[in-house]
Design a binder for this molecule. Structure first.
Ligand code: BG6
Length: 471
């Protein structure tokens, strides 16, 4: 639909930006923090930065929050490191870790920045991983206990909670992005049991949040793409539906309705990967109701009918945004209409609108975008980062939010990835996303000085005008 007049962004729209604990904080073993699977198991290619120092936000959070305030952020989406709060996952509570997040949240609140807190963003405590990780139902109890600690500690300061970041990517691409730890090096059957256990953990955390914090809101945060058929051949449409069910709807239906999507379940049964469902699980899943859907959007994906052989598969193996293919299910295809970024991820702003429309159509829950952004090899030259390519990317995506709002979709916030440069999941610090440049490279942390990029000044203007100055 084309409009004569677009609807404005709501006055209280949450213009924000995102990070995650292990990618931004550093201080990986300070003040009582325990190791997570990221610290013990991530294998990086030679010369790619690890997460020990990251962007050193742990020590520089006050300076960073001052910059976020200057940027005009109304919200900041970050994650709490489970291993700072409970170093071994389910034992002693670490007061120093709790104190850090009180300071961070107080700093944000003092500048009128709404904290949006992810409970768990890829960094499972290593001690739990040693005991089977998500294969062990005791991890579900440990997660719920950890969530309770956070609700009790921060519940009077935090209104928006996210359960688990990109559970679907941990299941589908855990090896590529390095989130599996030891327990994830298992068969698909075991991994889908882990998936089920994570759903239980999420459902119980949502129910607990509603019980203990009636004013708070909580939702899941999967990575969602609209899936296009490679052509209008009916077989390609079937393949697109297959992949949509397994990549997106399995996770969304479980979070919202507490039930397995029928096509995804048929796939699991066909492969012999269906999880064991214990007495009471289905009740636990259906009793939990999210208040909103948070989702991360980077691109769409395009697939065709399976040819039944290895030509279905993407040779590079795939990652969060690069479709992999699965024999007998769908074939990875390239969308000839879309450009790609420097890392092979397709760029599709219009697909963003499609994704918002589809989510609203299916679930009728308010939406918030908790990640969207452009990874690029930024260069700091004479004290300036001229990232006009990022401005263009963000502008074109924000325009699509306004179109989706005009279509009648309820979107209440946008938190692009990232507020400040962080270390990418598997491609180092050279793949930058931030509004604020951090002076370090893969091997040398240098002085970690902060510099506002051109996109910082641009986004500040967009926020100040509540999205009115996009064009
Ligand atoms: C999402 C993750 O998959 O994409 C983030 O939630 C991640 O943690 C972001 O950093 C961008 O991906 P990458 O692989 O470029 O860091």
């Amino acid at each position: 639909m084309q409009y004569q007049q677009l609807r404005p962004f709501p006055g209280d729209f949450l213009w924000g930006a995102s990070t995650s604990a292990y990618q931004v904080e550093g201080a990986w073993n300070e003040d009582g923090k325990g190791p997570s699977v990221i610290d013990t198991h991530v294998k990086r290619p030679e010369g790619v930065a690890d997460f020990t120092v990251a962007s050193d936000h742990y020590h520089r959070y006050a300076e960073d929050v001052a910059l976020f305030a200057e940027l005009g952020l109304r919200a900041y989406r970050f994650s709490i490191a489970w291993t700072r709060i409970v170093p071994d996952g389910d034992g002693e509570v670490n007061r120093a870790g709790i104190a850090f997040y009180h300071q961070l949240i107080d700093e944000l609140r003092s500048k009128d920045i709404e904290p949006i807190v992810t409970l768990y963003h890829f960094d499972l405590p290593a001690a739990l991983d040693e005991r089977g990780g998500w294969s062990n139902r005791a991890t579900v109890d440990a997660f719920v206990r950890y969530a309770r600690i956070l609700f009790e500690e921060f519940g009077d300061k935090v209104r928006y909670w996210l359960t688990i970041n990109e559970q679907n990517m941990m299941i589908l691409h855990g090896r590529a992005i390095g989130t599996t730890g030891r327990s994830g090096e298992a068969s698909k059957r075991v991994i889908y049991q882990q998936n089920h256990n994570m759903f239980l953990a999420q459902a119980r955390a949502m129910a607990l949040c509603h019980e203990t914090l009636p004013e708070a809101k909580i939702g899941p945060a999967p990575n969602i793409v609209s899936v296009y058929p490679a052509t209008c051949a009916p077989e390609d449409v079937i393949a697109a539906d297959n992949w949509d069910a397994i990549r997106n709807l399995l996770y969304l239906d479980l979070a919202v309705h507490g039930s397995y999507h029928p096509l995804a379940w048929a796939y699991l049964v066909e492969r012999g990967w269906e999880p064991e469902i214990a007495d009471g699980d289905l009740e636990t899943l259906t009793n939990a109701k999210p208040d909103f859907i948070a989702f991360n959007y980077y691109s769409t994906q395009t697939v065709g009918a399976s040819r039944g052989d290895a030509s279905d598969l993407q040779l590079r193996g795939g990652d969060q945004q690069i479709v992999r293919g699965e024999i007998g299910l769908y074939r990875a295809a390239k969308n000839e209409h879309l450009p790609t970024n420097a890392f092979g991820w397709e760029i599709d702003p219009v697909g963003f609108r499609t994704t918002m429309r589809r989510l609203w159509d299916r679930y009728r829950l308010p939406l918030i975008i908790t990640e969207n952004g452009l990874g690029a090899y930024d260069e700091l030259v004479d004290g300036r980062v001229r990232d006009d390519y990022r401005i263009d990317y963000l502008r074109r995506h924000i325009e699509q939010i306004q179109l989706a709002i005009s279509d009648g979709v309820d979107v209440f916030g946008y938190c692009p990835w990232t507020a400040i440069d962080v270390v990418s999941t598997h491609q180092g610090i050279s793949k930058r996303y931030g509004f604020i440049h951090v002076n370090r490279d893969e091997n040398d942390p240098r002085d970690l000085a902060r510099t506002k990029k051109d996109s910082f000044h641009w986004y500040r203007g967009i926020i100040a005008g509540n999205g009115a100055d996009l064009h």
